[in-house]
Design a protein around this ligand. Sequence first.
Ligand code: BGC
Length: 961
Amino acid sequence: MKEADQSREGLLSSYDKAERTPMRKSLENAYRSDSDSDIDATDFLDRDPLNDQSQPAVEAYGPSRELANLRRVFARRSRCFFAILTILMIFWTVIAFGGFFLYRKAPKDGLSPPWYPTPPGGTSLKWQDSYKKAQVLVEKMTLAEKVNITTGTGWQMGLAVGNTGPAIHVGFPGLALQDGPLGLRFADNATAFPAGITVGATWNKELMYLRGKAHGLEARLKGINVLLGPCVGPLGRMPAGGRNWEGFGADPVLQGIAGALTIKGIQEEGIIATIKHFVGNEQEHFRQSWEWGLPNAISSNMDDRTLHEMYGWPFQDAVKAGVASVMCSYQMLNNSYSCGNSKLLNGILKDELGFQGFVQSDWLAQRSGVASALSGLDMSMPGDGLMWGRGNSLWGPELSKAVLNGSLPVSRLNDMVTRVVAAWYQLGQDDKSKFNGEGPNFSSWTSDRIGVINPGSPDDHDEKVVNQFINVQGSGADAHSIIARQVATEGIVLLKNEGILPLSKDGWPLSENREINMRVGIFGEDSGAGRGPNACVDRGCNQGTLGSGWGSGAVEFPYLTPPGEALVSAFNKDRVYVTDFPTNDPPLKQTPVILKQQDVCIVFVNADSGEGYMAYDGIRGDRNDLYAQKGGEGLIVKVASGCGDGEGSTIVVIHSVGPVVVDGWIDLPGVKAVVMANLPGQESGSAIADILLGNVNPSGKLPYTIGKSLEDYGPGAKILYYPNAAVPQQNFSEGLYIDYRHFDKEGIQPTFEFGFGLSYTTFEYSNLVVTEVLPKSALPAARTPGIDPPTYDDKIPDVSEALLPEGFRKLKKFVYPYITKTSDIKKGSYPYPVGYEIKQAPSEAGGDEGGNPDLWNTYATVSMDIKNTGSITGKEVVQLYLGFDRVQGAAKEVDFPRSVLRQFEKVELESGERQTVHFNLTRRDLSYWDVVQQNWVMPTEGSITIKVGASSRDFKLTGWY
Ligand code: BGC
């Protein structure tokens, strides 16, 4: 019997259970120091049953900590402590429940309109075969089998971070779902690719695709079915947002193109990609119920146009690319939980965008049972219910009951299951030569070869080989490190260069005939190995060089080449002395000579953030500011003013999760060059050495704006750090105006604008030609009906289909589909949501995967010439923006940002070479979302301005359509 099957059968062994405690894999290896900050990093793990399974571990931020203090206080009987504690309790009460006074501000029943019933999957021709095959299987399944497919088995029940149960009798396996966007989380011998933000900074479509493909292949070779990436939400509304780095940059088009190409790569390898987090998960504070002490998560409130043109845009691209899974986000959208928001899932995703795959919840983002199924959720992850690791699922047996007592229409359950099975067929996972059905060959929970499959259950003592240590990194010309290195290198953005870069590996140019060799000093903790790249769980601390942010989007590094080390070996030792001080506190006072004697100083600084279930150094997911961290700014100032006794040249390298304010030091006379190296993954050192020494000409462009202060990004860019209501409210009132669109609107000069990046060569733009392919028309062609979805006999099945089989031994906390007795089924009247009975009209913006097919037709093409006018080969990113300043008629009344990115191409040119670049502009590109017409509308009077250039502010050519 297969491992996954065994889990469902609930095998027990006689092994003494008392000694075994489930733990997250990296916890075992975690380096624990005595410093407070390290304690933070591990103590704040919210979902680790290791800590205390009887408490919602998220309370690490809230009451549990206070209670622990209380006990200690009483023990000491210290009045003083008691007083402090009382103050703390009052403070906590005010923070947590102060919202009571603001309560009236929060809408009670949500602001998101109802949209029922869920449009069934199987309406797109592109999925026809898969749905046909799925129907054959689903027709044969019992109720218990169907429920098994929709519900995760529970946290740490199975080897992956998410596991579903099989439908054994029809031969459908349990599925293994694993993070994440930059590599395979918790896996050994796998590649630590650069993070999404670095991929965005390459603006290189081929690399976006190749990284996805390598990632997909690694997932397949490790036995994974569903990858929990790519991530295009957060979009980057708030530059300090903790998880912005998992996505590709603060613009919907950049995110959309990068996301779609990543999906193409992943899915070509047969892996189901998951686009996440749908939608509005822009900050970590209050993202999740209880994690921040409040019973409810924050609500992201946005208007319809903003949803379509900004936050939903990249998801539309993903659906168009055929993504087979969407993960709904933790927080609420317009005061209705995303995973139970019928307008969002039924209306927008499944009707308008024509999504054919399945919607899975983020981990514990499901907050209701039947209601979320009615709203369009298809799979509950990890299956646990409202609290981690308890086994009290909102579905599982409850879903069986809901079907049997008539609350949930059988048709909805059939659709949920069919969507999952169709996705499996669509990706070819029935091909036994690629998927052996044995599940993951590694464990997320232990690094040992032998272990249990379900460490989340105190009953599982059935030890097996859980880690086969299969190396999936590729080798020779197929080594994935090659792609990882290319992305890391092309994702480096040269921000400032006063003639110092590139450095020669031989030091001073030989022509200068200097008598002494060149001396290079490398400074900063970020240049060094620190305690190793995997020192903290889920990369939850900032130490050594920064290769990725923290959280579920991080991976175990197989290695990480530290920049200092790579630079030391990159220079010619006979001509260049390199000294490396991998600390932010070099002994400059005691040994001033280490600074004075240098000709060139390279300072490494960084800024880190991550997912909200961990905190480090006072950073609880979201950054607290936009400055370099750990005293980085002070280090730059000291080094730049003292390097070579004030005569030396300083180069600053930043590794960061997002924009870093540089105005405090960038104009210091000693600072001759600044490089934004983003989050490079395992190839960090090789990448930066290649750029600084000119082996590779820099070609990265900023995937966000670097402003002079957080204020400059506008009021909407601020994280809500303290609750402003019982259900914290974030109003996205700035609408379309985030990042560069805001700077443009308000006429604020950024330090470096979105799309900016220097090269060691120069380019000339010429010859813009705009060609009309199709005449303008306001609305897309009328929606045509899709093909017929599968239909089933939707009669309520017999109770026996979900009864616990006789003699079945259950594992404690494991989520099964079974009910124990017929009397569990009590008929009653289910309180269907308001508006449930209103049949919604299909959206005219819909019609197929990705929406109305006409939205994807090319209406205009643009071509232009680009020439390398410098002396060395280089790559340029040609960026195409639209302006709507010349539109006339009704569209003139519409508020448009000054420029919006719509396309880009990266081209490589030898010195003197010229190439023609072509762009297609689709109907959607040339339209805005009209909230009254509920459709994409193309302005037909006047003209749309087409601006082509080297950044969002450096337009070289202009044309009109
Ligand atoms: C994250 C998701 C992730 C999931 C599984 C959640 O906390 O928000 O992005 O895929 O955990 O690890």
